[in-house]
Design a protein around this ligand. Structure first.
Ligand code: MLT
Length: 258
């Protein structure tokens, strides 16, 4: 039996799928779900395998498995084409969807993500992190990531955002963390897939993001034939949480270009 992802499905109109970051879940997008539904769109936001209310996949770790599960959600709802937006790991999944079924995607939002594959050292680090969380639990290893997940402004001035991210970290199951890290370690470069995507695209990022720096954003924007770049000042990697209204606005702008 194939895994069914837990999902928020709100609003009506043209559909957009929102794919969350590691180690969060679909509630990372709560503000955008509300804003996009109010703007006249149907918003479909799944918990990716192992996060939130979705079970861990029994398949070998691979983002292609995740992309297929998201297409299953779209097929179940008999939706032809959809817009897809993903933040960081969610962006990697969006690019995998583009590789699998490009004709199903009518707009692409890449938020604080990157199209390049991991260099060897980063890949080794992910595999070590996966082994460490399986042996000793998620929280300690992931709390070390906090300075990178949030921008310095948020860490200093937005305590509720720090609290929300701490909760995501504490709730992330070790098996999900390990599966996702191994799957991300195996992902290929996606720049050639972006270069073939002629529909409206968005490259949005927090200016204080140190995990997916501006050079990565420039290379995605350079590859996309119809890419609009939206730098968001005063926020870091988890921009959807750090600047919810700004991220909603750039997504609504993307949908308006379809
Ligand atoms: C994320 O926010 O999804 C992660 O930072 C992605 C990654 O580890 O590359």
């Amino acid at each position: 039996m194939t895994l069914e992802l837990a999902v928020t499905d709100e609003g009506s109109g043209d559909a957009i799928v929102l794919l969350h970051a590691f180690p969060c879940n679909r509630h990372m997008w709560d503000a955008q779900i509300e804003a996009l539904a109010a703007a006249g769109y149907r918003v479909i936001a799944p918990d990716l395998p192992g996060f939130g209310d979705s079970a861990v996949s029994a398949a070998a770790p691979d983002l292609a498995v995740v992309a297929q599960l998201v297409f299953d959600l779209i097929d179940d709802r008999a939706l032809g084409q959809v817009a897809v937006a993903g933040l960081s790991m969610g962006g990697y999944v969006a690019m995998e969807m583009l590789r699998q079924q490009p004709g199903r995607i009518n707009a692409l939002g890449l938020v604080d993500t990157k199209a390049t594959a991991d260099p060897d050292e980063a890949r080794q680090g992910r595999l070590q992190l996966a082994d460490a969380v399986v042996a000793a639990g998620s929280s300690a290893a992931l709390l070390d990531m906090m300075p990178k997940l949030l921008g310095e402004t948020s860490r200093a001035e937005r305590p509720p955002v720090v609290e929300a991210v701490t909760t995501f970290i504490n709730e992330a199951h070790p098996e999900a963390v390990a599966w996702a890290q191994r799957a991300m370690a195996a992902r290929p470069d996606s720049l050639a897939d972006l270069a073939r995507f002629a529909e409206p695209a968005l490259v949005a990022y927090g200016v204080e993001d140190v995990l997916t720096p501006v050079a990565e954003q420039d290379s995605m924007a350079g590859a996309l034939p119809d890419g609009v770049v939206a730098p968001i000042p005063g926020v870091g990697h988890l921009s959807a949480l750090e600047a919810p209204a700004e991220v909603s606005a750039v997504l609504i702008d993307l949908l308006g270009r379809i």
